[in-house]
Write a protein of this length. Structure first.
Length: 219
């Protein structure tokens, strides 16, 4: 089946968001007299949504948080993050030019991220990415997150496409496993925030730079 659409992850795939996540996270930790976390630690915490980010950060800096506290902590973190999602966050090299070319060639584009919807939309607005994606789905909109395939199925339903018509592009096992669980072709980027080796992810194709997507589609 011909490829009609590409579905992208956000953090670690299109953008390097770790600096702003770290700032907000350290504000939260300081409020509870916890130590700061490093940039390297933050990249290892990212990938399963805001609540999991908080859970991992508190585990790394002392006593684990109680499940009953997690919603409150997550909301407080998002309060620190709101309005500062793109202070230091930046696009990876070649992202904008590649998205422009994909649109020019007639591909339909969507975004599927475990990041909550509100900060996702704020980042897209701040970095000038809004107009590229016809569907944007954040990790707090459905009951499940990647690697469960429900998010990808939902995006495909909105686009009135099937899994055979799309490719998932991401940096983590959550992205690649979600694509596999949806019977969708997939591309892994070798940069980003993955916690396992690129070989372990066993993606259909691996690229080192975002613009490498274009010649792959030409083939």
């Amino acid at each position: 089946m011909p490829i009609k659409a590409l579905i992208f992850d956000l953090d670690g795939t299109l953008i390097d968001s770790a600096p702003d996540l770290r700032t907000a996270l350290n504000k939260l930790l300081a409020h509870y007299n916890r130590r700061d976390v490093s940039m390297n630690e933050v990249t290892q915490f990212v990938g399963n949504g805001a609540a999991k980010l908080i859970e991992r950060a508190f585990k790394a800096t002392g006593q684990e948080v109680d499940d009953n506290e997690l919603d409150q902590l997550t909301n407080r973190f998002l309060g620190f993050y709101k309005g500062h999602e793109a202070d230091e966050t930046c696009l990876y090299d070649g992202v904008t030019d590649t998205l422009v070319e994909l649109k020019k060639q007639g591909y339909r584009l969507a975004l599927c991220t475990n990041k909550p919807q509100a900060p996702t939309e704020n980042i897209l607005q701040a970095l000038g990415l809004n107009d590229f994606f016809e569907v944007v789905l954040g990790g707090d909109q459905l009951e499940t997150k990647k690697p469960n395939p429900d998010m990808l199925h939902w995006v495909l339903d909105q686009m009135k496409l099937t899994a055979e018509n799309a490719i998932m592009v991401g940096d983590s096992p959550n992205d690649i496993d979600a694509a596999k669980n949806a019977n969708m072709r997939n591309i892994a980027v070798s940069y980003g925030y993955r916690k396992v080796s690129i070989e372990e992810m066993a993606a259909d194709i691996t690229i080192d730079r975002f613009p490498e997507i274009l010649p792959l589609l030409d083939q």
